[in-house]
Design a protein around this ligand. Structure first.
Ligand SMILES: Cc1cc2nc3c(=O)[nH]c(=O)nc-3n(C[C@H](O)[C@H](O)[C@H](O)COP(=O)(O)O)c2cc1C
Length: 304
């Protein structure tokens, strides 16, 4: 397993803040404690995704039906060439076939410190087939990760879905990947407007994220750590909103922590303060636990 050289081991969750000018700006106004930035999943061609409304906050959970809007690879490459930030980049990719993923990884390899392979997005445009549903199974998953492993020496995160048979897929891809990402949004779910009867999201269904999904993602981290934790690292992404959640995820086996929905509604200054306080909080808890580093508690839970 190749480790991602990042400290603190905290990144944004893909799709949230995920644009290079945003990383540059946050750094300019004082962002310190984000070890790497994960770029928005990029694919084989420009894709608009669903039209708005694509995000719905029901007071407890966020539901999104973005369906992977992404720019032309040429345009993304221009942005990467011009990137002036110091925050290292982890590049996220989606595709329709192992070849799509491998092409994207080769093309952008030199711009990042590692790759996140998204085979787990539950959202799609009406009429479109769910590409990810097709990819997030053992056979297709192995095909994708094997193809990616063949074209990069950099650390690879395989981001799995909590909606699929993630333990089987994790076991099957463990020899080709450095990390398993746990997980993506859950569902998708549906809410309709009680007066009009129409779905609230244009894409009809939307993946769920935020505080409410954390117990499901924690279970996913736990099960994957039990299954393959000695072979790969684990990236936790699901409902992290305070330092304590990072400690709990670490105890369950995660070593990298991604921050997404909790940033909803925060302005840039609040976002910077959030990241900077989050890691300070982790260090304070570690001190209280008399641990020198977070590495000392990874996998140290009492749930067998
Ligand atoms: C608006 C939005 C867009 C997202 N876009 C992507 C994406 O492009 N690729 C991906 O792998 N995950 C994407 N995700 C999933 C997040 O990276 C993350 O795994 C998920 O939201 C759970 O973390 P959270 O509860 O902290 O938000 C997206 C999530 C949201 C809410």
């Amino acid at each position: 397993m190749k480790k991602l050289p990042i400290f603190p081991p905290i990144t944004n969750a893909c799709g949230i803040l995920s644009y290079l000018p945003v990383f540059e700006y946050l750094e300019e106004i004082g962002l310190k404690n984000m070890g790497a930035g994960v770029s928005k999943s990029s694919g084989p061609m420009e894709k608009l995704g669903n039209i708005n409304p694509t995000v719905y906050w029901n007071g407890n959970v966020l539901m999104n039906s973005f369906a992977l809007p992404s720019m032309e690879p040429e345009d993304f490459e221009k942005e990467l060439e011009q990137y002036g930030g110091k925050i290292p980049l982890i590049l996220s990719h989606y595709g329709n076939s192992p070849e799509d993923y491998a092409r994207s990884v080769v093309r952008f390899d030199k711009y990042g410190i590692g790759h996140e392979i998204n085979i787990s997005c539950p959202n799609f445009e009406p009429g479109e087939k769910s590409v990810m549903k097709a990819m997030c199974n053992t056979e297709k998953g192995v095909g994708v990760i094997k193809a990616v492993r063949g074209v990069t020496d950099k650390p690879v995160i395989t981001k799995l879905s909590p909606n699929e048979d993630y333990v089987a897929i994790a076991k099957a891809v463990a020899q080709y990947t450095d990390y398993i990402g746990c997980g993506n949004t859950i569902g998708p779910g549906l809410e309709i407007d009680p007066y009009s009867g129409y779905p609230i999201l244009t894409g009809k269904f939307g993946g769920l994220s935020g505080d409410a999904i954390r117990p499901i993602t924690m279970k996913m981290v736990h099960e994957i750590y039990q299954a393959v934790g000695d072979e790969v690292g684990i990236v936790a992404s699901g409902g992290i909103s305070k330092s304590e959640h990072i400690i709990s995820y670490a105890r369950l086996g995660a070593s990298i922590f991604q921050i997404g929905t909790v940033l909803r509604g925060k302005n840039s200054k609040e976002t910077v303060e959030f990241f900077n306080d989050l890691w300070d909080g982790v260090e304070n808890i570690l001190k209280e636990l008399k641990k020198k580093s977070i590495n000392e508690i990874i996998g140290e839970n009492h749930v067998k």
